[in-house]
Ligand binder design. Structure first.
Ligand code: MRU
Length: 353
């Protein structure tokens, strides 16, 4: 069994008059700082500045954000409260564009507002919204464990795996997606050597994945993103496993910038390339990955990473936060419902139907 390790990246404290707590991921690995959230604007800032990040975690946090929005109008008549809550849903939806879990969770919350127009008052609506947010949170926990079980079965013959960005408990509700496969393998007595890409420019791999794996007693070797080819060539990894921010109907997958190059490298070295994600990360309204909106982030993340200037002033910068890996480079997509392989539109649609 994995060593006991408990931290909560997202927690709702109390009842409908309670508040949201987030572990500030920008402070890791140096400081474990938990902040309370009682207004939608601060939560919006937390999502934009990656205090809470990772596709499922953004969705869960936004769902609780809708409960906070409802608290603010709890004294108002139901119709005007409902209208105000829907406006705040629209606002939260503008925080980050790529991870579809955000829109998926907000749509679920909007449906609760729409379905509950006949309630007696806004307090009842707030209660219904909190129930739904908690359900989204709990469902994610269960989905992650199921993904882990399927994922671990694919890693049975591997001794080393390479991963990118952070897909663990910080990015989700508990075990994670790609990391869940690694943690579940550990629970089953199969301890993998993990190579973690540092994940430029914001170092989610170095700051978060390396920290999480260390906390859980899983051997982790940190590498710069540019070292992946050499690690593969030396035969150190027998699989690559990553998470996802949005997967289209044909399996094209948006994930943290640098994922696509790993998939190309894996193909060249004949190493299986796995994507692990819950069904809440699929966007069946899109077929081609070319249609996934890619977040562009500010240039200072590259020119002034973590405060110190590393590039000349006024240099032009291109900083897409995500890239798209075409389905043909993906060996399998691991979901909580099962494994999609080979990856094709018909297999994706039938797994999600
Ligand atoms: O910009 P981030 O840190 O939110 O990007 C996160 C990722 O790309 C993750 O790999 C993805 O959301 C999967 S998290 C289980």
């Amino acid at each position: 069994m994995a060593p006991t390790f408990e931290y909560l990246s997202i927690a709702w404290r109390g009842d409908i008059d309670g508040h949201l707590e987030l572990l500030d991921q920008t402070k890791l690995p140096l400081t474990l700082e938990i902040q309370p959230y009682r207004d939608v604007e601060s939560l919006f800032e937390a999502i934009v500045s990656l205090r809470v990040r990772g596709a499922p975690a953004i969705g869960i946090a936004a769902a609780y954000g809708v409960v906070i929005a409802a608290q603010k109008v709890i004294e108002e008549p139901l119709a005007s409260a409902a209208a105000a809550i829907l406006t705040q849903c629209d606002y939260l939806a503008t925080s980050r564009p790529t991870a579809v879990n955000l829109f998926w969770a907000l749509d679920r919350m909007r449906k609760i507002v729409d379905r509950n127009k006949g309630l007696s008052d806004s307090e009842e609506l707030t209660r219904a919204l909190l129930r739904e947010a908690r359900l989204i949170h709990e469902e994610d926990r269960r989905m992650c464990h199921a993904i882990g079980a399927y994922g671990a079965s694919l890693l049975r013959d591997a001794t080393g795996v390479l991963t990118h960005c952070n897909t663990g408990g910080l990015a989700t509700s508990e075990y994670g997606t790609a990391l869940s496969a690694i943690l579940t393998a550990q629970d089953q007595g199969h301890v993998l050597q993990v190579y973690a890409d540092e994940t430029r420019p914001l170092l989610q791999g170095a700051r978060l994945t390396a920290w999480e794996l260390q906390q859980r007693g899983i051997p982790c070797t940190l590498i710069c993103d540019s070292m992946a080819a050499q690690v593969m060539r030396e035969g150190r990894v027998q699989a690559v496993i990553v998470g996802a921010d949005r997967i289209t109907a044909r399996g094209d997958t948006a994930n943290k910038i640098g994922t696509y190059s790993l998939a190309v490298l894996a193909k060249y070295h004949s190493i299986p390339f796995y994507v692990a994600a819950p069904t809440s990360t699929f966007d069946l309204s899109l077929v081609s990955g070319d249609d996934i909106p890619i977040e562009q982030r500010k240039s200072t993340e590259i020119t002034h990473g973590f405060g110190s200037q590393t590039a000349p002033m006024h240099i032009e910068v291109y900083n897409p936060a995500f890239d798209v890996t075409p389905a043909e480079l993906i060996t399998a997509i691991i979901t909580e419902r099962g494994i999609i392989a080979p990856v094709s539109e018909s297999k994706v649609r039938s797994m999600l139907s």
